[in-house]
Design a protein around this ligand. Structure first.
Ligand code: MEV
Length: 439
């Protein structure tokens, strides 16, 4: 029977597990054994993971795969990907190999500006507020100096602070809309600390501002927080080649393939139902690298999808064209990433992933991640517009079905060989396992 508990976070780990296992599970001992299976015997490492969050009762593993042969701006990469979906790493590897022979991927970091806002309410004369803001703006920056001086020494910091009038949306609502350059850090802590300092200075100085009426002096800070919408932290990734070079076999000419591919992208540009799935395919690549490199995939997801709707309708992130016999496929995507700070210096596998990527700067990581997204999208569209997605997908899914039926190693060898030449479906695999076991 479920019940509430007070002070759960203060219990020891084993007491937490006891309570969960006894309260929610029919077989408490089995539950404890499953949770324990995923602990690390290395106590220090386990403690590190326990301390990432509150109330840890086990570790949740995802496979870490590698997609090699990515040529990006003339440098070769093997890209680490943390993901559970069967076909993603294989698809990325295939796309990497395809473009390796056709000049590789090219990227440009267009901009790296991040945004944070202090949201506040002011019910007075806008001209008074404006003149207060102009008076206090420099002080906002100066009083944040203890927070910004290290970042400034490295070439980053606060870029600007604007006063924004949002009263057309909500009566009395204004913002301090600040822009930041955070270099190799994702910058969430830096930006939020600066914003909270701005809010403090702004509120204190308002009380002292002689241009305000008594009422105007008491403006209300609602909240101070960075924005995960980063349309000015943008990277472009691109592939291109002669149309005839797209052909790999006689089944479809380069021209026919290019035309079909462009049509598929066009559909995602105009049709939101398709655009969401199209972009989901892009995020298969992006999230996997973002996660492997210890970055915040929820922030990236939120920002990317907002960007995909920036023109008022959800649309494709990628685009494609054929011009003068050249096929071009590209994407511009907002990515706020870090290669220092956060998990990047803490999680041993994240450190390893970054070393595998030649210890990239944040800009280089933006390029790598965007390429992983574009490659994934290319692989998906290539399958969808030629063989269909299920052929490759089910091949990769075969092992999941075999594992579901607890096939042993010998059975796996026989069945993988069998399905190399036979179509994979759930029922076909079940039949094949049953037949084999009957023999
Ligand atoms: C599956 O995870 C992703 C795809 O659906 C993407 C797409 O349809 O473009 C294959």
């Amino acid at each position: 029977m479920s019940k509430t508990i007070a002070g759960f976070s203060k219990l020891s780990k084993s007491k937490k597990i006891d309570w969960i296992a006894n309260t929610y599970f029919a077989n408490a001992e089995n539950t404890k054994a499953v949770l324990k299976q995923y602990w690390n015997d290395n106590e220090k490492l386990q403690q590190l993971h326990d301390e990432f969050i509150e109330n840890t009762i086990s570790n949740y593993y995802l496979p870490l795969g590698v997609a090699p042969n990515f040529l990006i701006n003339e440098t070769l990469y093997a890209i680490p990907m943390a993901i559970e979906e069967s076909s993603v790493v294989a698809a990325a590897s295939k796309a990497a190999k395809f473009w390796l022979d056709r000049g590789g991927f090219k990227t440009t970091v267009i901009s790296t500006t991040k945004i944070g806002q202090v949201h506040f309410m002011f019910h007075g004369d806008y001209e008074n507020l404006k003149s207060f803001f102009d008076t206090v703006k420099q002080k906002l920056i100066t009083e944040a100096k203890p927070l910004t001086k290290n970042m400034e020494a490295r070439g980053g910091g606060i870029l600007d602070i604007e006063l924004r009038d949002k009263t057309a949306d909500i009566e009395g609502y204004y913002q301090l809309h600040a822009s930041f350059e955070t270099l190799d850090a994702m910058g969430a802590n830096f930006i939020n600390s600066c914003l909270e300092q701005f809010a403090k200075t702004f509120k204190n100085e308002a009380l002292l501002f002689s241009g305000f009426s008594e009422e105007e002096k008491h403006l209300e800070i609602v909240m101070s927080i960075l924005s995960n919408y980063v349309p000015e932290c943008l990277v472009r990734a691109e592939v291109s080649c002669k149309v005839e070079d797209l052909s790999e076999n006689k089944a479809i000419s380069g021209k026919a393939f290019a035309e079909k591919f462009v049509r598929a992208v066009n559909i995602a540009e105009v049709e939101p139902y398709r655009a969401v799935t199209h972009n989901k395919g892009i995020m298969n690549g992006i999230d996997a690298v973002v996660l492997a490199t210890g970055n915040d995939f929820r922030a990236v997801e939120a920002g990317v999808h907002a960007y995909a709707s920036r023109n008022g309708k959800y649309s494709s992130l990628s685009h494609s064209k054929i011009e003068n016999g050249i096929f071009t496929f590209w994407m511009e995507i907002p990515l706020a990433l870090g290669t220092v700070g956060g998990l990047t210096g803490l999680h041993p596998l994240v450190k390893l992933a970054l070393e595998l990527l030649h210890k990239p700067s944040a800009k280089e990581l933006m390029s790598i991640v965007a390429v992983a997204g574009l490659a994934q999208n290319f692989a998906a569209l290539r399958s969808l517009t030629t063989t269909g997605i299920q052929k490759g997908h089910m091949k990769m899914h075969l092992m999941n079905i075999l594992n579901q039926f607890e096939a042993n190693d010998a059975e796996k060898v026989i069945l993988v060989e069998h399905f190399a030449n036979n179509p994979v479906s759930h029922s076909a695999v079940v039949n094949a396992i049953n037949n084999l076991r009957k023999e």
